[in-house]
Structure formats: C-alpha cells, structure tokens
Design a protein around this ligand. Structure first.
Ligand SMILES: Nc1ncnc2c1ncn2[C@@H]1O[C@H](COP(=O)(O)OP(=O)(O)OP(=O)(O)O)[C@@H](O)[C@H]1O
Length: 274
C-alpha cells in the first residue's frame, strides 16, 4: 500500500489567467478523514476535481494511490475514487428505482439497462442502503425522494465499487436540521468504521463536520491557509483568517460550531435634553 492515498505537490490550476487553486501541497494518508473548509469561491470544488482525477492541473504533480496522474490511464484510477458531488458526477434519472440507482454504479452507468446484475451486487447495494438508512426506499423512484434521502442514496451509490478514497462535496447542504443531523449521524458511524475508505468532505460550515473527522484543510483564494489535525486547525484564529471575519469557535462532544466573535458593546445612545 502506498504511504499516501492522495498527494498534491505545488499544484496550480489556472483559467483565463486566474489561479483557481495556487501552489497547493497536500497529503492524505490511509485511515484519515479530512474536511476541506473555505468560503464561496475558495477553490474547494476545483480541489476535488483534481483529487478525483477529473481535472489535470496546469502545473504541479498529483499522485493517486501512489501513481502519478499523466503517466497512467486515469480510468484505471477513477473507479477507485467514490465521488458524491452534483458538480462532478451525474445524478440518476428521476424515474430510476432507488436500488437500481445504487447497483448501476458497479457498471459505472446512470440508468439501468439490460445489463445483468449478480445477486451479490444486488445484496451489496441493499447493504449500503441499509447502512445509510434507506433500505425501505429501495423500490421508490429516485425523483420522489426528499433532499436528505437523495444525499444518503448517492453516498450509498458512491460506495458500490468499494472505493479506497471517498470525496463528498457539501453532503449536508440544503438539508433541514433533522435531515442534516440524520446524515451526520450516519457519517459519524461511517468515519468510525476502520473498513471505510479514506474520506475527504468539503463544506462551508463547521457545524456540518461529522464527529470522527481527523484532519482539516482550510482554503481561501485558491491557497491553503492551514492543514493538519482538526484540533490544531479548527481554531478561532485560523477559521477567522480563512473566512475573513472574526469568529468564535466552540466544540462539544466532537461537534464544532462557529459564530461571529462578540465585538465591543454598542455605544449607548446619546440622550438629548429637551
Ligand atoms: N472555468 C473557469 N474559469 C474561470 N474561473 C473559474 C472557472 N471555474 C471556476 N472558476 C472560479 O474559480 C474559483 C474557485 O471555484 P470553486 O468552484 O472551486 O470554488 P468553491 O470553493 O467550490 O466555491 P463554492 O463554495 O461557492 O462552491 C471561483 O472564483 C470560480 O468563479
């Protein structure tokens, strides 16, 4: 097994003369669970595109599973990376049966055709749906699911090929409080499973970080502002620097929360004598 699952060395992605990501050096090792945080436009999705082998950098080197992108057939590596991202992968058609939406990932297809599926594949899809609390949805049409159910089905789909690296792009975005907490509970359990793949989760919000995340990468303006173990990186000074506002950060039972730091008390109104 290579010592790093993913390694970026001085990676730049340039479009129309602008850096989407700039001089990014980052290493993800076996057993780690990463969160990538940063404000809108920071370059998080671009980073995931590079990490998934879908975007070749303008300069710098990317190694996936110890193999240098550009020197190997990328299709041989891509199936080893599970991706849940509306920006990076197509979603199943609305009339697709949920079980089929998961099992078809084994053939890297969207929409079930005439291809035969082994009982073992169908059983694996059912197990993954159970793991993410969606087993009872197996016969429903994908398009009829709630946003929270859809996200959990898409994670199950991304795991169908037993990937060694899982990339989750804002899995909790757009979910109400109950759906977010249900998803985070599943992701927490998943993070604690030693058999689960190395995971990189992208988010804007520290409240959406599941318990069990081990490392954090902060990006702003395409550049890495901090990277390392969560407790060292998810601090008020570092998050304030990343988001460009003064923040207070708290952590309770492994869950993080951030809010604008209390400023000086507002000035008392001047009383006017009449
Ligand atoms: N093809 C392109 N040409 C020029 N600029 C681009 C291109 N694609 C993305 N960008 C810009 O690159 C920056 C990084 O985009 P990216 O989508 O990676 O950010 P992000 O952190 O995922 O943002 P968000 O949190 O809003 O989804 C943004 O300013 C975006 O407008």
């Amino acid at each position: 097994m290579p010592d790093a699952v993913l390694r970026l060395d001085s990676v730049n992605v340039v479009r129309d003369g602008s850096f989407l990501i700039q001089d990014v050096t980052w290493e993800v090792s076996p057993g780690q669970r990463w969160v990538v945080l940063g404000p809108n436009g920071a370059g998080k999705t671009t980073l995931l595109q590079v990490a998934s082998g879908r975007l070749f950098p303008t300069s710098g080197a990317v190694d996936l599973f110890g193999q240098r992108l550009g020197t190997v057939n990328i299709l041989d590596l891509r199936y080893r990376v599970g991706v849940v991202s509306p920006a990076l992968v197509e979603t199943p058609p609305p009339d697709e049966r949920v079980l089929d939406a998961v099992v078809t990932a084994g053939w890297s297809v969207i929409g079930r055709g005439d291809e035969p599926y082994d009982e073992v594949d169908l059983a694996r899809a059912a197990t993954l749906l159970t793991q993410f609390g969606c087993r009872e949805l197996s016969d429903r049409r994908f398009g009829t699911l709630s946003e929270g159910e859809r996200k959990r089905v898409l994670i199950a789909r991304s795991l169908m090929t037993d990937p060694e690296l899982l990339l989750l792009d804002e899995p909790a975005s757009g979910l109400d409080l109950g759906a977010r907490e249900a998803l985070l509970r599943r992701l927490t359990r998943f993070a604690a499973d030693p058999a689960a793949p190395v995971t990189v989760l992208v988010s804007h919000h520290v409240e959406e970080i599941p318990v069990g995340v081990t490392h954090a990468l902060l990006v702003r303006g395409g550049q890495v502002r901090a990277a390392g173990p969560v407790a060292e990186v998810l601090t008020a000074p570092r998050l304030s620097d990343c988001f460009g506002i003064p923040l207070e950060v708290s952590v309770a039972q492994g869950r993080y929360a951030a809010r604008l730091a209390a400023g000086p008390p507002p000035r008392r109104p001047v009383s006017v004598a009449v």
